[in-house]
Structure formats: C-alpha cells, structure tokens
Design a protein. Structure first.
Length: 248
C-alpha cells in the first residue's frame, strides 16, 4: 500500500521486479488455451473522443507493406482485411476464462465485484507508439500510481488475483499485428510521424485523457464487452476491500 491509498497499488517498482519471462498469467495450463477475459478501458472510435486513434494508422500503406489478416484494430477497425471491428482497448487486469477450474474467475463474480466499487473518471497519458519484437504496433500509455486509475489497478490486482491473472505491461492499446515495413527508412519515417502526433496530444492534454465517459468494461474477449461500469464519484476509489475479497 502507499501513503495516499487504502488499497494496493501496482507501482513502477513492482513492474520492474515482475517476472516478465513467466508472468502469473501463465500459471495454469488452461490459460494459454483460452482467450483471456479482462477488465479494460474501451478506446473504440466514438463521438466526442479527446484523441483520434485513426491518426496513428497507415491505411494507405505508405510505410507499411503487410499486416495480419485482422488489419487495423483501432480507429474504426479495418474493412480491407477480414472486416474486423474496432476493438481498441487498454487492458487493466486480465483474469482468464470464465471458470475457476481453468484458472480464471466466474464472469458473474467479476461483475459483482466491479458493481461494488465506486471510482472517479480514469485518466491516462499517451506516451509513444512502440513496435514490439513480435511485430505488433501499440500505443503506450502511462498513469500516475497514486491516481484513480493507479489505485483501481492495484485494487483489482488484489481482488481478482488468480492463476491466469496478469496485467497489460506495458500499459498499452494494441493497434495492429504482423507488421512489415517497406524499408528501415519507412519504419523510421512512420515512427517520426507518430511521435509528432502523440507529442501533440501530450501538449494539448497535459492533465491526461479519458476515453468515452471515463469508465471501464468487462471483456469476455477483445470483441465482446459484457458490462460497462461508469464513474460514480468525482475522483478516487471507494470500496470495502475485505468484502470484495469475500466475494471470491
């Protein structure tokens, strides 16, 4: 716990010491066989969004020459591939399949827990566009560990802990997978352009951004949202930690 919160917080120190090679989400043999459900922040294209994720795409394939069949997962999805919907979201806590025996947690229990937590709007800060070693492009996000989002993050890592439990590290929105660039120069030019866009967002919104109403969602998988939880207080997190643990 930290000095400003009654709940555990996933701090930068915790993330540095985390076993990334064998994360907790690999602790049960069924975890790798299931599309892991999660609590996440919906970042799909909608009216009134503070930032336009579609600006981060290369739909004309100026820089990129190939992606996975899913195409772009942000900014409205991609109708040029398998007509995948927009599934942009940032995982906060992954808890696995809808089964305790398979290492996860019942969706009904997760819903009961989430409905028992009061929280304010969830604020995050765009950081940069990143290309992973597995050729995925992602928008990295940051948050203050002492903020509402940081406190909620830590609380969920406690009450939703399970063999398949894990968190999105680094905190990010997956944009597209299976990427190949036309050349190294094209890759550098794309990243330079993305840096200008993200730096513009950082300058425009120094206090951070929220998506939609600042709430959070229960995902059965990245394409299916089961429940939405809107902020119910001005800021911070209010919850009975022991009561939430007892719901398990």
């Amino acid at each position: 716990m930290n000095s400003q919160s009654r709940y555990p917080v996933v701090t930068a120190e915790f993330m540095k010491s985390y076993d990334h090679a064998t994360p907790s989400g690999h602790g049960h043999p069924q975890c790798k066989l299931n599309r892991l459900a999660n609590i996440g922040i919906d970042a799909r294209e909608a009216d009134g969004m503070m930032i336009d994720l579609d600006l981060l795409t290369d739909r004309e394939y100026t820089y990129i020459c190939e992606t996975s069949d899913d195409g772009w997962l942000i900014g409205g999805g991609d109708n040029t591939k398998l007509k995948r919907p927009d599934t942009a979201h940032a995982e906060v806590w992954r808890f696995g399949p809808n089964s305790v025996d398979a290492g996860g947690i019942s969706f009904d229990v997760v819903d009961e827990i989430m409905r028992s937590i009061k929280f304010g709007p969830l604020v995050m800060h765009p950081s940069r566009v990143n290309i992973t070693p597995s050729n995925e492009i992602e928008l990295l996000l940051k948050y203050d560990p002492d903020s509402t989002l940081g406190t909620l993050f830590g609380l969920l890592s406690d009450v939703l802990a399970c063999p398949c439990g894990d968190y999105g590290n680094p905190f990010h929105i997956t944009m597209v997978r299976g990427v190949k660039f036309r050349s190294d120069a094209s890759r550098d030019a794309y990243l330079d352009k993305m840096a200008e866009i993200v730096d513009g967002w950082i300058e425009t919104y120094p206090d951070g951004i929220i998506f939609n109403d600042g709430g959070i969602d229960l995902y059965a998988n990245r394409e299916e949202i089961l429940h939405h939880y809107s902020p119910s207080i001005e800021n911070g997190v209010e919850a009975d930690l022991e009561a939430l643990r007892a719901m398990r």
